[in-house]
Structure formats: C-alpha cells, structure tokens
Unconditional design. Sequence first.
Length: 359
Amino acid sequence: MTRTFQTPASPTPALTRRSLVLAGTGALAALAAVRAPAAHAAPSEACWTTPGLLPHAVQEIYPCLHKSRIHISGGLLAENGAIVGVSPWHMALSPETGQTAILASSPARRHHPQLADAGGRLFQLGGFRGGDDGSVAWTATADTLLYNDQARAWETRASAPAPHAECVAATIDGRIHLAGGRTPKGAANLAYGDQADTVQHLVYDPGVDAWQSAAPALTARNSAAGAMIGGLWHVVAGRSMSGGNSDAHEVYDPKEDTWRTAAPMPTGSGAGGVAAGVIGGDLYVFGGEYFDPRPGGVHPEVWRYVSAADRWETVSEMPTPRHGLGGVAVNDAIYLVGGARRPSGSDTSDLVERFALKC
C-alpha cells in the first residue's frame, strides 16, 4: 500500500566507516567533503510517497525510463543491508502500480553501468564487470548492450572507444552522451585503484551503431548526476580521487559542442553517489555520501537549481537519505530507487520513494 507523508524533520543518518565494498582501495579514504551548510531557503512541504519496494536491495545503479517503466540493471547487490556481490538482476518498476518485474539478466554482472533510452530502445553502457562468481571487481568495460523487448534478451552492439563507468548519461537528439566517470589509467583493469577519473565525453549513435568523441568535460569526476533543461545538459556534484567531493556544476551545449560553468552547488553539498531529475524546468539533486568529518554520513537535503535565476536552494529533506541511488523523472515526480543509507556499502536498501512538489 502506498504511504503518503509530508516532509518530516530528517533523522540523523546512522554512520559507519567504509565497508568491505571498497576494501583494497585505500586511496579512496582521501575523499572528503565538508558537511552541507544550513538551508538557504525554508524547506517546503514537498510530497513524499513510497509506491513500493524493489525485489532486491541494490546500490550504484543508473536507471532510466523505458516504455513507461523504470529499468534498473546490475549494481551492487545486498542482503540484510550488506553487499554480497554484483547484481545479476534486470528489473522494471511500474510507477503506476509500484510493482517490479524481473527481466532478462545481462550477459555479465556489472555495477555502475549506465542505462539510457534512445528512440524507444533501451541500452546498457559500460560499467564495472564483477568476477565470474559474482564477486565485486572493478574491471571497466566498453560494452554496449541493446535490450530486445520482444525476445526479452540483451544483444551486443559496437563497443565504445574506451572503457567507462560511474559516468553521467543523457540522450540528446537521439544519441547517447556519456561524460566523466572512471576509465583505466594504464594496462591494469581489475581494482578500483587501476581506474582514473576522466573528462572523456563519448557519444553513441544507435542509428548507425557507432561511437565518436565530443568536447571533454571541464572537471574530471565520477559518481555525478545530471539532466537536460531546455536543450542543455546540466552535470553536477560527484567526486574525484584528487579533490574529494565536488560542488561543480557544468553545462553542455550540444549545438556548439561546448561546456561552461554555472552556479556551483552550495559549499559542501556536492557529493558522490547523488541522484538528479528535472521538474518544471528546475534540477533537483538528492543524497550523496561524505566521509569527513568522520565517520561520515549521507546528505539529507534536497537541492533545487532554479534555472531561470542560476541559483540553488533547499526545498525538502529526504525521508530516507541515501547514496548510490537512482533518480528517474516521471511526469511531475522523481522516483528515487535503491541506494545505501550509510556511507559505502552499509545498509543498502530496496526502497522506492517518490518526490513531488504537491500531493
């Protein structure tokens, strides 16, 4: 049954140190972000509902809307909140009913893959391939997969020019753009430390099954989020190994193939593992994790970028703050699926929450 409730005072998120998910990647311990400041605007009474739960708890997912359902593929799979491996599941959530169907699994388990709909066709792009036994590994892939709705199976398409994972995706004029994320920095491609943050900007054209490169992003970062506003692609937040969490806000103009900066997120509010979506021409950003001050936590604020004024404000707090979650805009609402309630892999959830400005 759907629960409806007005925005509550957000509870203090439970905090832990980094979990086994990122074990062996000691360099990540350098990631840091200052806790977000007090709200710049009084929170409104946004409407939150819980239309259902996922069949499996997952995080590090990048879902999309395809044929009126929210599709989720791969990610880090959890049982009782703890990561147990890489998810094999491809799930499709109906926003209308809250019910989730299990569909055909990918040829190989992946976490941090991008899903994108282009011309009514669903694609899965890149991501980190796990071990053959489903264990967590960090092998970045250049794979391009097309989901055949009729056959209920994934089909292989042209590989990207470079491996990519933890990037941001957008479909622009029928082509899928991927910016930033991580890619191997040398011959090694197995551990998280083998990967480097990148500004690469890859473009896939489904019509001719071919890839090309576009103007590189301005900031090398991973785990950011973005969305389209008025024909422009806005990319925000994320993090990098060298600089920690990022408040950067960059805008891509596909007509000019150029990037520019816009108003950054308020100091300390940007983070890795955020979700984003657009309602009424404004960008909303949710969640994300931080590790400093220790023991870290998850941002509860919902930030709104008022595009007409080039400024940020808070509009609500998440009932269940999470990171590594997916955000998908459907009509006048944004659905937030999966993610973890604590930093890294701790307390991974099966939650689905719907954010709207009015009930």
